[in-house]
Design a protein around this ligand. Structure first.
Ligand SMILES: NC(=O)c1ccc[n+]([C@@H]2O[C@H](COP(=O)([O-])OP(=O)(O)OC[C@H]3O[C@@H](n4cnc5c(N)ncnc54)[C@H](OP(=O)(O)O)[C@@H]3O)[C@@H](O)[C@H]2O)c1
Length: 336
């Protein structure tokens, strides 16, 4: 049989398990020019929340009662397509199905001998590319500058902070627990960190840790946290607006302070970022990330949930801060 996870209803507020449903069908048969794929690892990502609503955005909404899709690593189990052999592993935007067929379009072969398969969903996948391209293309770090990262212990944030250190910045991260803040410093080499859940005055907390002000802000969360950071920006600061997870579940977007005077006063750049806009730079970014990994300058964490059925729970966990680094589901459960 072949399980599929569909969007049963559009979430209102924080997603619930009842917003998803698992169906069971026959395994597909492949025809000429097709391959059969067995899902190995599934990426769950905050941006999928936007696709679960029917509001217009940069990515088309998921259809109700239809399979959800995201970044997936899959194994080729049958092939009628030249260039793909049984036993190959591929990455691509695929459906939340145990088995699915494909004509190979949009799939990228990945090599398990070069890196663990799950890394192609994180540091060597979409979130690593986001970190590298957002920081270098918009942040344009200069040695000695101060970089602040929100969502700092997550997949994107933890890589942003490390790249900031490689490029010579002083790096401060913001995360949701003391344990995560400790990890920022001990594992990723951040210079300091703030637990936003234990901080009542973010403006002051940033001022205390960034005595020279903030030159670059890599924003993964938006909302009140970002208001506190923005109050500390320097002249010619660059603000990379990558994500706003703190408001993804809001039914009405909360009002914050007006930012225009701050931007004018500081001649600052605030720019929205979508990684797909930089597709032409993926090969060079991937090359750089792989090199840093090989050289030991870059490290990464993964929170891996086991079992295909647990994909929705892992996705919901993103909004509860359950992950360190990249949140991934390994479809097969290890019963050892
Ligand atoms: N623009 C793009 O092209 C692009 C690409 C990839 C990702 N993104 C965005 O980048 C951000 C990070 O993505 P990711 O994949 O790396 O996810 P992630 O950071 O690995 O996971 C989400 C993290 O967000 C934090 N969080 C959850 N609710 C929060 C809240 N209300 N306030 C503050 N923090 C909250 C949690 O950490 P704590 O324990 O610290 O709260 C959680 O672990 C997301 O906003 C995502 O949408 C954008």
């Amino acid at each position: 049989m072949n399980k599929t996870i569909i969007l049963e209803r559009r979430p209102v507020g924080k997603p619930q398990l009842t917003d998803f449903k698992t169906t069971n069908d026959e395994r597909p048969q492949i025809g000429p020019g097709e391959i059969l794929l067995k899902t190995s690892y599934v990426s769950v990502d905050p941006y999928l929340r936007g696709r679960m609503s029917d509001a217009k955005s940069y990515a088309v909404p998921f259809q109700l009662h239809q399979p959800i899709s995201s970044g997936v690593i899959a194994e080729v189990t049958e092939s009628n397509l030249s260039g793909f052999s049984k036993g190959d592993f591929v990455s691509g935007l695929l459906q939340w199905k145990e088995y699915q067929k494909s004509d190979g379009l949009g799939l990228l072969k990945v090599d398990p001998s070069k890196a663990p398969l799950s890394a192609y969903l994180g540091v060597l996948g979409m979130t690593g590319l986001t970190a590298y391209l957002g920081l270098t293309e918009i942040g344009k770090p200069v040695k000695g500058e101060t970089l602040v990262v929100s969502g700092a212990a997550g997949a994107v944030g933890s890589v942003v902070g490390q790249i900031g250190k490689i490029l010579g910045c002083s790096v401060i991260g913001i995360a949701g627990t003391d344990e995560k803040v400790e990890l920022l410093k001990s594992k990723y080499g951040f210079d300091g960190g703030i637990n936003y859940n234990a901080t009542t005055d973010m403006k002051k907390a940033i001022a205390d840790l960034c005595p020279d002000g903030v030159d670059i802000y890599f924003d993964n969360v938006g909302g009140n946290i970002s208001d506190g950071v923005l109050a500390n920006i320097n002249k010619f600061a660059r603000l990379i607006i990558c994500g706003s997870i703190s408001v993804y579940n809001e039914t009405t977007i909360p009002m914050g302070p007006r930012v225009e005077p701050l931007l004018i006063k500081n001649s600052a750049l605030m720019q929205g970022f979508i990684v797909g806009n930089y597709a032409g730079k993926f090969p060079e970014a991937m090359q750089q990330l792989s090199t840093w990994l090989k050289e030991g300058l870059l490290t990464y964490s993964e929170t891996i949930t086991e079992g295909f059925d647990h994909i929705p729970q892992a996705f919901i966990g993103l909004f509860e801060g359950k992950n360190n680094g990249k949140m991934i589901v390994k479809t097969e459960q290890n019963n050892n």
